[in-house]
Write a protein that binds this ligand. Structure first.
Ligand SMILES: [Zn+2]
Length: 505
């Protein structure tokens, strides 16, 4: 069985509360259940089993009578606006079932043949008031063989439940991701951001860029120009090109409901230049801490801090906006990072990391671009492999639909973007050289998955070696973080000063 055939879950059943009481009475009469809040009707339990598990699970009332065989070694919560992840780590592949309830909304997760442990007992204390999705966490031994976990929810969620095989320092992981029913659209969030300043029309232009709506607008612009030229020469064009253009449909036929319509219909050409959009990608996050220094500095934290600083510097430019692939401590799969950059039609993608090597003397900043024909050095190949492992460590549901689609897209030829990436990369590298030693004096290339947007110049910056004690101190120091950020932002600004996006084909 391949790694991709990991456990699948589950048919979710939403239960009307009124049905529960009947079953609850029956169960109580049977004396089966220990505490009232854990009650659940047998008839409505949806079974979700890992593919590796043996026979189909019987209903809870007749679960196997074998004693508990496993303990939860650790349980973790990764809340974020985008989604909240709950991870339960065990030493064996767990068998589980999940049920979704409403009035009030909650999720019930039964894990078989597992017993309570301090690692799991601590889970409710990890819950933050600010968690966007979870209101409360309750735990209990449903019976001798089944552990029950109830999540009280703030609202209805779209849950994804899957298992991960042991990797790196982790054992088996049962992962429950809670997404909002209506997924946040980065494009829509950008629109909202821009509504707060005077760049709305520029952004509308950007959003409409790949849609039929803009094609229509352009068509009219062309006609209008021709019409004006004809007017000057005394031509009678009004009958052919009326001054009032025909109505433009409110929605593009190609949006498929995925993209928000522009907040105002751009019936006139925008008067301001479209902003340059830079996608900043702090590496790792959530379960995937990235490299860890001797003082336990985690790559995921320092690169987020540096990326936020770069964003501030970019946003301070009147014609530039930066967007983060993650603005918190949560895991984002590599292909989704690329997809996020494409969704906002970024003009540049900059992935920010901190390097590590077994030799603690290794030091200096480096910048990488994608390579289609092998890496420029063995070290670059090794590094790309290490960074590409992020999905395994961070924990991606490899059975989710969007993975295959995006992967196909990312297999397209990247050669056009690599030229631009090398140019911007060398400007960022030069700027970094004014602040830190350079690990190598030129932009290196390797097959980094996160640099594979076919249409967006993309670079990966290894700010410094977190494995080098001196550079670890530097990475932790807010003043030094700011200087790293200034170098990166400076290189980006220099690149766009000489390569404005609109001049690119
Ligand atoms: Zn990294």
């Amino acid at each position: 069985m391949s790694e991709r055939d990991e456990g699948r879950v589950t048919t979710l059943v939403v239960m009307p509360e009124c049905r529960i009481s009947i079953v609850r009475r029956r169960l109580l009469r049977g004396g089966l259940l220990a505490s009232g809040w854990l009650l659940l009707p047998t008839a409505y339990v949806a079974v979700g089993k890992p593919a590796l598990a043996l026979p189909p699970a019987p209903p809870p009332a007749s679960l196997p009578k074998s004693p508990p065989t496993d303990r939860v070694t650790s349980a973790r919560l990764w809340p974020s606006e985008e989604y909240t992840r709950l991870v339960i780590e065990t030493s064996r592949l767990p068998t589980f079932r999940m049920t979704q309830l409403q009035e009030p909304y909650r999720l019930v997760l039964d894990i078989e043949n597992i017993e309570m442990s301090p690692g799991l007992e601590a889970l409710p204390t990890l819950l933050q008031h600010s968690d966007p999705y979870i209101l409360g966490i309750r735990l209990g031994q449903r019976d001798a063989h089944v552990l029950r976990l109830v999540l009280d929810l703030k609202d209805r969620v779209d849950p994804k439940l899957f298992t991960l095989k042991p990797v790196a320092q982790f054992g088996y992981r049962l992962v429950l991701d809670l997404y909002p029913v209506e997924r946040r659209d980065p494009l829509l969030m950008l629109v909202k951001e821009f509504e707060n300043d005077d760049n709305v029309s520029a952004l509308e232009q950007k959003y409409a860029d790949d849609e039929a709506l803009l094609a229509l607008v352009r068509e009219y612009e062309k006609r209008d120009t021709k019409s004006k030229t004809a007017d000057k020469t005394g031509g009678k064009t009004d009958a052919v090109h009326p001054k009032t253009p025909p109505p433009i449909p409110e929605k593009s036929p190609n949006t498929g409901g995925k993209k928000p319509p522009p907040s105002k219909t751009p019936t006139k050409p925008p008067t301001k230049p479209r902003p340059i959009i830079v996608m900043l990608d702090p590496g790792h996050g959530g379960e995937d801490s990235g490299a860890i220094g001797r003082r336990r500095t985690m790559e995921k934290n320092v690169v987020l801090s540096i990326a936020r600083r770069v964003k501030k510097l970019i946003d301070a430019e009147p014609n530039m906006r930066a967007v983060l692939t993650r603005d918190g401590d949560f895991f984002v799969p590599l292909h989704q990072r690329v997809e996020k950059a494409r969704r906002v039609q970024a003009d540049l993608m900059v992935s920010i990391h901190a390097d590590a090597f077994t030799n603690i003397r290794a030091r200096g900043s480096s910048v990488f671009a994608l390579s289609e024909r092998g890496a420029t050095s063995a070290a670059a190949r090794w590094l790309a492999q290490k960074e590409n492992n992020a999905d395994l460590v961070g924990g991606m549901d490899i059975n989710s639909k969007d993975v295959a689609v995006t992967r196909t897209l990312l297999d397209l030829s990247q050669s056009a973007q690599i030229n631009d990436s090398l140019k911007v990369g060398s400007m960022v590298l030069t700027a970094l050289g004014t602040h830190n030693a350079l690990h190598k004096g030129e932009v290196e290339q390797a097959g980094f998955a996160v640099l594979k947007a076919p249409d967006i110049p993309s670079i990966l910056v290894e700010t410094a070696f977190i494995s080098n004690p001196e550079e670890e101190v530097k990475l932790n120091d807010p003043k030094q973080q700011q200087r790293f950020a200034e170098s990166i932002a400076g290189g980006i600004k220099r690149y766009f000063a000489s390569h404005p996006p609109l001049t690119r084909a």
